[in-house]
Ligand binder design. Sequence first.
Ligand code: SF4
Length: 416
Amino acid sequence: MIDGERLKILTESAKYDVSCSSSGSRRANTPNGIGNASFGGICHSFTADGRCISLLKILMSNKCAYDCQYCVNRRSNDVPRASATPDELCQLVIEFYKRNYIEGLFLSSAVERSPDCTMELLLETVIKLRKQYCFNGYIHLKGIPNADPLLIERAGAYVDRMSFNIELPSEKSLKLLAPQKSKNAIVRPMRMLTNDIALKKRERSKFLPAGQTTQMIVGASPETDGQILRLTEGLYDAYRLKRVYYSSYVPVNFTNANLPAAGAKLLREHRLYQADWLLRFYGFTAEEIVREDGFLEEEYDPKCAWAIRHMDKFPVEVNTAPVETLVRVPGIGIRSAYRIREARKYAKLDYADLKKMRVVLKRARHFITADGKFYGEENYGRLKNALLLAEKTDNAEQLSFLNGAEIVKSVITGEL
Ligand code: SF4
């Protein structure tokens, strides 16, 4: 069994990876198996600074042959090193599972010796977990770019989700900060797995039931929010990713001329998550969401900021506007828009009805009419102030009640 010291090193080393928020896989336990996976089956935890952690999030090794400048595990960094064998990892998972500490595993690794060597050990671990230890719980495996595609494909047959981290938003930044990596080496396996998932779906067999995700570090390199969101859009389109995760750059025990001295603001990460939600579910494009300078507003959430810049499109009448228009109104989320569409089939809606449908009127009232009535602010300056106040009140309420965790939850559930 892995000793406490190594366990500490390997779990600590994994904490900067946020691409492990997990869901989307449902599988019942088998008669001789241990564990099950369900859509809500993995315990999520939210740290005070808003990062999502799974209960067993661990590296197989932090002895990295690469030297990515932003990473605590880089070869040139003087930190304690450790690795675990596939059997040690399996025993740990089973032990923790039996004690109810975890419901799943997020397994990643530094590149120890070579990509193939590392991927082989990761593959051996997941095969053993499934076959020898009969573990039937959720597994999210981090793939190793540049590893043999056959190893990657084989691993896909045993795990629920795989992710290859895109790391930085441009090839130029990758070259500068992670010279042993390339965009092509990262997206090639993504593309292969996307094709495999589609193929297996047609054959009605299971392969990566919870799909793929990726992670991007924000603020370590100079790319704008627009560049980040355009890349995100491309990744969703081309590889059908379940999620793109954004991780604010955190300086880790060194100074480096190629990296900013300070970490990125968590608020930037938060706004990117909100924008990401608009791309996936609200029909916005990256181009529409960002300002002319390529960045998102800090003061307002991206939908509100877009609406303020496009007052010529408002107000819209809730009794007649199509759903695609309603979801663009600040304070009307996807569910509220569909509720409105259903309810107005039977009667004309007024503000009291909207309130019952959970429309956030302190925002929405400036952008809608209900049966011709408008109760919003017509003066542009006062409108901006009212929305700013709404934003501040929400954040303050969330922070005071939940110490930030609920903000992240709204990012995960995404109603804007
Ligand atoms: S490959 Fe790069 S990012 Fe991954 S552990 Fe090694 S140094 Fe860190």
